[in-house]
Design a protein around this ligand. Sequence first.
Ligand SMILES: C[S@@+](CC[C@H](N)C(=O)[O-])C[C@H]1O[C@@H](n2cnc3c(N)ncnc32)[C@H](O)[C@@H]1O
Length: 223
Amino acid sequence: MNQDRKIETMSDFFDNRADIYDDHMINELDLNVFYDEIADCIPKNRTNIKLLDLGCGTGLELERIFRIYPFAEVTGVDLSSKMLDILKSKYEDKMSQLKLICKSYFDIDYGKSIYDVVLSTYSLHHFGKELKLSLYRKIYCSLKKDGIYIEGDYTVKTTDEENRFIEESEHIRKAGGITDGIYHIDIPFAVETQVNLLRQAGFINVQIKKQWDKTTIFVCEKN
Ligand SMILES: C[S@@+](CC[C@H](N)C(=O)[O-])C[C@H]1O[C@@H](n2cnc3c(N)ncnc32)[C@H](O)[C@@H]1O
């Protein structure tokens, strides 16, 4: 998404685009294959799963997961109430299995050894290294012994490119007088940076499941 525009808070950005979001992702960006690959990473050998979805938005990634595990217990976290409203309207029949939290995933406790799967798609590329590392540590802790973390997100090819995004985001913040708060500014990382952060958080086995030009899917086993 183009950064050459007025900077909006994350919740405003997605609240203002919630109505067109699914059409943009599926019909304009043609991301069905991405969501198929995400579903493919879900372990299939369990009777049911508990899943934490960070930045769940309208729940595009959940459709295929509910096909695999119709009774999956899902906690979805998102800052945008409008995105969550759409998710609710799409999964009315699953509401008894869905817990939706309209907050920042940096501000909530995930608990210890709770989830079989933690998942995040197209959400974490807005945050710097320290914040991401702190989040990965919380994710690691919240997973069961045989749990996995799946992340599918925008990535760049080199750390030089990554550094240019970091510099640009600092410039945007400075120019806008932004000192704190969550804003919609893209900072995609290089794959090697991602792998290093995930390893630092404790994940021993970090696999690159699939890589496209601007997107990578990482699958991280707790043990
Ligand atoms: C591009 S959308 C992705 C939604 C969904 N995961 C998908 O793949 O379609 C990014 C979502 O992350 C949410 N988000 C971004 N930062 C967040 C934060 N700190 N806490 C909770 N949600 C956040 C946004 O509100 C938005 O709904």
